[in-house]
Design a protein. Structure first.
Length: 233
């Protein structure tokens, strides 16, 4: 070691750690979407309805978890932090970067997140009631609606898929657009962190019990629905 170099501890202190942006549960939930959505489409196209139903219930559980996480998760996962009014969205569109939080979704990204999550939730919910009992496959709650309503729901379920595919296309186009401007959104969604920046603090740890409770509640709800939502006595 040369005499001019500062001691190891001082050098370590001089390199601030990366800033944590997305927690592991949010990332796990996110990356399950690009796996599940194509798989759900493929199983429906190829009439593999038993698997389609199972994957749909997994997606239901993940979406319920994500909604709960939007209230009890760390700051960047919370709806209150990223769903902003039209003023903030317009300011952001005019180039005012202070209109959004230093880390997490921008005011525009926040709305696209909400729309994507709600569209997927609507799609899964329609699937629960879809199908024709005289024609094979039905969702676990199909028996709760009449055959005519179930027909309409099935048609909506088929149509909404294409709207979701469009939203996903927009989502990917936006990510490419930011990448072209030198704004890398992908790496933080993979690794959870961004390089350190002056005055930017990331998310802190979330009590693990909240994660366990949210996962348990979401899995419980998906299982209850899988069994046809029997009365709880
Ligand atoms: C089925 C496909 C996909 C769906 C449904 C989807 C959905 C979502 C949702 C709901 C969020 C908000 C995250 C949250 O707050 O929970 C999000 C964020 C994000 N997604 Fe995706 N996603 C998909 C595919 C992808 C792919 C393939 C990539 C990468 C190439 C990607 C990269 C990102 C990134 C970087 C963010 C963070 C954006 C930001 O900083 O606001 N997504 N996505």
């Amino acid at each position: 070691m040369s005499d001019t170099q500062p001691p190891l501890a001082a050098r370590y202190r001089a390199t601030p750690p990366d800033v944590s942006v997305w927690d592991p549960l949010l990332r796990l939930t996110h990356w399950s979407f690009p796996l599940l959505i194509p798989a759900l489409w493929w199983t429906a196209e190829n009439h593999k309805y038993a698997l389609h139903k199972r994957l749909g219930l997994v997606l239901l559980g993940l979406l319920v978890f994500r909604l709960l996480w939007g209230f009890f998760g760390p700051e960047t996962a919370r709806f209150a932090q990223f769903v902003k009014g039209p003023k903030a969205v317009l300011a952001y569109l005019r180039g005012d970067r202070s209109a959004g939080p230093a880390v997490g979704h921008s005011p525009l990204g926040g709305w696209s997140t909400l729309v994507l999550l709600l569209a997927m939730l609507a799609q899964v919910s329609l699937g629960l009631f879809a199908g024709d009992p005289f024609d094979g496959a039905t969702g676990p709650l199909n028996g709760l609606v009449g055959a005519r309503l179930a027909d309409t729901i099935t048609e909506l379920h088929e149509t909404l898929f294409w709207a979701i595919a469009g939203l996903i296309g927009l989502h990917l186009a936006a990510i490419c657009f930011y990448a072209a401007k030198g704004d890398d959104l992908l790496s933080p969604m993979v690794g959870g962190a961004i390089p350190p920046a002056e005055g930017v603090t990331g998310i802190g740890p979330t009590p693990w019990v909240r994660g366990v409770l949210a996962c348990g509640l979401a899995a419980g709800l998906a299982l209850w629905v899988a069994y046809g939502a029997p009365p709880i006595s």
